[in-house]
Design a protein around this ligand. Structure first.
Ligand code: GLY
Ligand code: MN
Length: 502
């Protein structure tokens, strides 16, 4: 099929298949096919109704009304220009609607999910295009009915008359609907934790969206690798990554692109992305596309040419690679993620001892001192989903309550509540595994004042400052019998080969 279409595009009909293939940039054709495949993914409806039922069951109630507000159209400060639209994730989870100015209700007893869309507005239709009609909304989304916003207040009033003893479940006290005079009882405590617990475990549809986001990111990372040897500034890395994602239909990034060369990679969330690449050893590119509101989160660290720029760079890369491989291969249901975080520190300490950056007789003693956190200051990973740092019932990086481990514990990155019992991995969870080793001048300067300074050889560590930092990050699905790595961006030797043009 692919060869046929290549032949149709070529004028020279005497070419052999191989000659024909070599005439075209096959990456463009591959991307084109991926694009079609990705667009095809929109045929299935997002399972909003199933999510609504899951949330009601998590709430443990059989009566009540869930009420959620979508993101309204808003304007930039002191401007007539709109803020780029980003749907609220709790709203999307129960509607699948990525449109502004919508609302929803879920009547738990009646098992009825209703989406409210904006009423027709002539001025808006002329300037911005018409908003969705109720017929189209009902067709597009997995809801029982779609209605115009003008019916909302009256519908809630009717519901309240029949359900006086039951609560309206809302996310925040400030988001109470008006029921046109009806007396409504609100519960703003239970809905968010229930939704967080549901969102922490993904269904097949959500897994497919995250897989697709990863596919786009994998192609965009590959495009950067193909071109990095010709680039002269970090801006070009950001540019080609964005270009590839947008061209493939992924208009939004899941988070700000981090294209950090040299020492900039020691800044964990470096986002200026505007410095020259000359004489830089590594680029740390942390960038992930979003697909239908679902995130991917992918980091690769690579040299500008397809060979190690220094022994120091190679050695640090190899330690981080080992940290990641050792942690990923242990992922399965029932594993406590926090234990993998501790394992990553142990691997890092052993590697840094070999390089002479750390010193001491006992790995355990060094770990408990906190010295390794100077080089690996963030958590091993987090959930990925509708947010890049996705919510869950409990944080997988939650403190264990075991004081011995406190020196290497870090606060969770998401807004999930931090409890003292780190939960175990369950099938359907998608977590990042993103170990890193960094040589931050700030962290090293501070470390000199700390009790664990005796475990660090600062003279040796200073030789590694030009390496900046290495982070490698993949998105891992926990399955019934192990794990699946959803990230397709090349790493290790394959990554170097692409840079070399092989
Ligand atoms: N990839 C960005 C982060 O996890 O913070
Ligand atoms: Mn991450």
């Amino acid at each position: 099929m692919r060869l046929q279409s290549l032949r149709a595009r070529s004028r020279d009909f005497s070419l052999t298949d191989d000659e024909l293939r070599s005439q075209v940039d096959t990456s463009i054709i591959e991307n084109y096919h991926f694009h079609l495949e990705l667009l095809g993914a929109n045929c299935d409806k997002y399972p909003a109704k199933q999510h609504a039922r899951r949330v009601a069951s998590q709430l443990g109630i059989t009566n009540g009304l869930i009420y959620l507000e979508g993101k309204p159209t808003t304007y930039l400060d002191d401007s007539d220009q709109t803020v780029p639209f980003r749907q609220r994730r709790y709203f999307y989870y129960l509607s699948g609607a990525d449109e502004p100015d919508c609302y929803l209700t879920y009547d738990i007893a009646q098992d009825r999910l209703t989406l409210y869309v904006p009423d027709f507005d002539l001025r808006r239709a002329i300037w911005m295009g018409p908003t969705i009609t109720v017929d189209d909304a009902q067709e597009r989304y997995d809801v029982d009915q779609a209605r115009y916003y003008s019916s909302l207040s009256q519908d809630i009033h009717r519901w309240a008359i029949d359900n006086q003893k039951y609560a309206v479940y809302i996310l925040h006290p400030s988001e109470q609907p008006t029921g046109e005079g009806a007396s409504l009882h609100f519960d703003a405590e239970q809905l968010q934790p229930a939704m967080d617990a549901c969102r922490g475990v993904k269904d097949q549809h959500e897994i497919d969206l995250i897989r697709r986001a990863n596919k786009v990111s994998g192609l965009a990372h590959t495009q950067v690798l193909r071109n990095i040897s010709k680039m002269v500034n970090e801006t070009q890395i950001e540019g080609i990554f964005l270009d590839t994602c947008v061209s493939l239909g992924a208009k939004n990034q899941a988070y700000g692109i981090i294209a950090a060369s040299g020492e900039n990679a020691a800044t964990l969330h470096y986002m200026k992305n505007n410095e020259p690449l000359a004489n830089r050893q590594f680029v740390c590119l942390d960038a992930g596309a979003e697909w239908s509101c679902y995130a991917s989160d992918v980091t690769r660290t690579f040299p500008l040419q397809g060979r190690w720029p220094s022994d120091e760079a190679r050695d640090v890369y190899n330690i981080v690679e080992k940290m990641q491989e050792e942690c990923i291969r242990r992922i399965r249901k029932g594993v406590r993620f926090l234990d993998l975080h501790i394992l990553a520190h142990v691997v890092a300490i052993k590697g840094l001892l070999e390089l002479g950056i750390l010193k001491g007789d006992s790995v355990e003693e060094i770990r408990k001192s906190g010295a390794s956190r100077v080089f690996f200051p963030h958590g091993l990973g987090h959930h990925v989903g509708l947010e890049v740092h996705d919510v869950s019932g409990e944080s997988i990086m939650a403190a264990s309550g075991d004081q011995d481990d406190d020196s290497i514990l870090v606060p969770p990155t998401s807004h999930s509540p931090c409890t003292f019992s780190a939960p175990h991995l369950e099938p359907g969870m998608i977590v990042t595994v993103e170990p890193g080793i960094y040589f931050s001048r700030f962290a090293l300067e501070d470390a000199k004042q700390q009790p664990y300074a005796k475990h660090i050889d600062f003279t040796v560590a200073a030789r590694y400052i030009p390496v900046g930092g290495v982070r490698i990050e993949d998105d891992i699905l926990v399955t019934d019998d192990g794990y699946e790595n959803l990230t397709t961006a090349p790493k290790g030797e394959k990554m170097l080969e692409i840079i070399r043009g092989k």
